[in-house]
Design a protein around this ligand. Structure first.
Ligand code: NAG
Ligand code: NAG
Ligand code: NAG
Ligand code: NAG
Ligand code: NAG
Length: 532
């Protein structure tokens, strides 16, 4: 018996070796059997954004002169079926005030060095929402930092009067975990009491509707005296008044807020898939689970790779595209209803020892993790799209609804034997009810996270991956000359680059014949769509 098995497996090895010799590539087999439960069906709102309100005008312009660079990027996503929810949120929402007489959308009150004391918004800020692609909804963010019902209610009332139909949720306060400890003395109960008091007063004054209109928590995963993650708030009854619509948590596994953490924010570390799983499961999932156990949706209300505005030479490279695709898909597996990738600029008051800063003249030092540098700036040079953008096209296409309108479901796949978990990530995507009434495998996403640097001596590996039996497939590739590529003109999705937001080049796909394996270089990703 034993000898038969041996004989059979040596035939297999021989076949594998033959293919490897034929292509000259190391050969691996991917099992398409999920190792995680299949997610809930995803809505077109999954791929979403958060924009720091103080820099709203830099990203979006004014209603009469919208910033084409940013709007063109949004259009690419809508063209692929995504309908991002826009949260005008972040630290500066906590010193934001509404002034009905202000003509401009946004006016920052700063010290000479770019420290922002106040962000004043006028009616144009809300009117501008009409310029977004049809179907865009928004999170109306309210200032909790100034501890003033008048300020918070003023923002809520203005957004309701001008854009009630476009408001998906309201959010009171950004990252209360970072407020001065004196505010609630570290008491979760005291926080909930005040949060409920204000949200209730605002609902009564503004819409007279208190049902499920609010995001709750908006906490970071930092260790702080105040514990208000969803997993802390839910058991303590934050929804006892029935106002919570979704639970929001912020995800930043790396940071440049101080030198010790800045040293760890390297390309190699942000692309360690095992570590991304560890952070998601240890820091985020307990809150996600608490929400789902309560029958509630949860969102990553704000996230990015490296807190305190990213790290130049890391988050402005192609590594950020691999990071973003992997992290968005791993939160999709864990049933996040939406993930809001944060966009902004360095904030001088965020930390007194952070790597990033505004320019010496106080002009914005745009975050190097953003999709784009929206305007020319002394700190970042020409306005342009960054290498990360292609990841948004990959994720939008991967999670697009089926032609029949059913949401995509996603599950994680096992690392093929012979590859390292930290260097390889794979997902299977399913649609609707296929044969035998089971969701049908329609796509795969494979991410080769192994860094291939421009200046390394060793040539990159190109893996040949057997993706099981299939009747042919179309492959779209996300690639760049190296993982540290910073020029988005050299970073492509299905052959097209997007440096000035418009697609350059023709769409190019690879067609696999029946049962053909797919090839994948180090620091590359593919979306494989099976033929029906
Ligand atoms: C709001 O709080 C900020 C500090 O967080 C402070 O600088 C600002 O003056 C306050 N604004 C108002 C209107 O109280
Ligand atoms: C909210 O707090 C204010 C001031 O502390 C108080 O007057 C009011 O009754 C409270 N409202 C609710 C609904 O708890
Ligand atoms: C909050 O409570 C209301 C009323 O019981 C319920 O309808 C709603 O679904 C709850 N929200 C969440 C997020 O659990
Ligand atoms: C990758 O992350 C895991 C989990 O945090 C860690 O144990 C491991 O040392 C990391 N590997 C490298 C090469 O950094
Ligand atoms: C980024 O790399 C360039 C050279 O490639 C170097 O001049 C610059 O100082 C680096 N920036 C940071 C913040 O490390």
């Amino acid at each position: 018996m034993k000898s038969t098995i041996l004989a059979a497996s040596s035939i297999l090895v021989a076949a594998v070796a033959a293919t490897a010799v034929a292509t000259g590539e190391p050969y691996y087999s991917l099992s398409t059997k999920p190792i995680s439960p299949m997610s809930w069906p995803h809505a077109p709102q999954f791929l979403s954004y958060s924009f720091e309100p103080a820099f709203w005008t830099e990203f979006f312009g004014e209603p009469g002169s919208p910033r084409d660079l940013t709007f063109t990027l949004l259009k690419h996503l809508h063209d692929r079926g995504a309908k991002p929810v826009i949260r005008a949120g972040g630290i500066t929402m906590d010193s934001m005030v509404f002034d009905a007489n202000q003509e401009l959308s946004v006016v920052r009150t700063e010290n000479g060095k770019g420290g922002i004391y106040k962000t004043t918004i006028g009616p144009a800020f809300y009117k501008h929402w009409d310029n977004f692609p049809e179907g865009t909804s928004f999170v109306s963010t309210l200032n909790f930092g100034n501890n003033s019902i008048d300020i918070a209610r003023g923002l809520a009332a203005a957004s309701y009067q001008l854009q009630r139909d476009k408001i998906a949720y309201y959010e009171l306060g950004n990252e209360p975990t970072n407020y001065p400890t004196s505010r609630w003395q570290g008491s979760t109960e005291a926080y909930i009491k005040q949060w409920q008091n204000l949200t209730d007063a605002i609902d009564k004054a503004v819409s007279d509707d208190s049902h499920g209109r609010w995001w709750a928590s908006s906490a970071t995963t930092d260790v702080t005296p105040l514990k208000v993650r969803p997993s802390d708030l839910i058991p303590k009854g934050v929804n006892s008044t029935g106002q919570v619509g979704q639970y929001s948590i912020h995800s930043y596994a790396f940071a440049t807020c101080d030198p010790a953490r800045a040293a760890r924010a390297t390309i190699a570390n942000i692309l360690n898939h095992t570590d991304l799983l560890r952070y998601a499961d240890d820091e985020i999932y307990p809150s996600a689970k608490a929400a789902m156990d309560a029958g509630a949706p949860w969102v990553i209300g704000e996230f990015n790779s490296i807190a305190c505005s990213g790290k130049p030479n890391v988050s402005d490279t192609f590594a950020q595209a691999l990071w973003t695709a992997d992290v968005e898909l791993l939160y999709a597996v864990r049933n996040a209803a939406s993930v809001h990738l944060h966009q902004g600029a360095a904030l001088a008051f965020q930390s007194d020892q952070q790597l990033n800063a505004p320019a010496d003249d106080g002009s914005p030092g745009f975050s190097s993790y953003s999709l784009l540098y929206p305007v020319d700036s002394t700190k970042r040079g020409d306005a342009r799209v960054l290498p990360v953008f292609v990841s948004q096209l990959l994720v939008a296409e991967a999670l697009a609804e089926s032609k029949g309108g059913s949401g995509a479901r996603i599950a994680a796949l096992k690392t093929p034997r012979g590859l390292l978990e930290r260097e390889f990530s794979a997902y299977a995507i399913f649609h609707g009810q296929g044969r035998r009434n089971k969701p049908e495998l329609v796509k795969l996403v494979l991410l080769n996270m192994k860094p291939y640097y421009a200046d390394q001596e060793a040539a990159p590996s190109t893996l040949s991956i057997n993706i099981g039996n299939h009747n042919g497939a179309v492959v779209k590739r996300m690639t760049a000359p190296s993982v540290d590529e910073k020029d988005s003109a050299r970073v492509t999705w299905a052959g097209q680059s997007f440096r000035n937001a418009d697609a350059v080049g023709d769409v190019s796909v690879e067609r696999l014949v029946k049962n053909e394996p797919v090839s994948l270089r180090d620091s590359e990703a593919v979306l494989i769509t099976f033929s029906a």
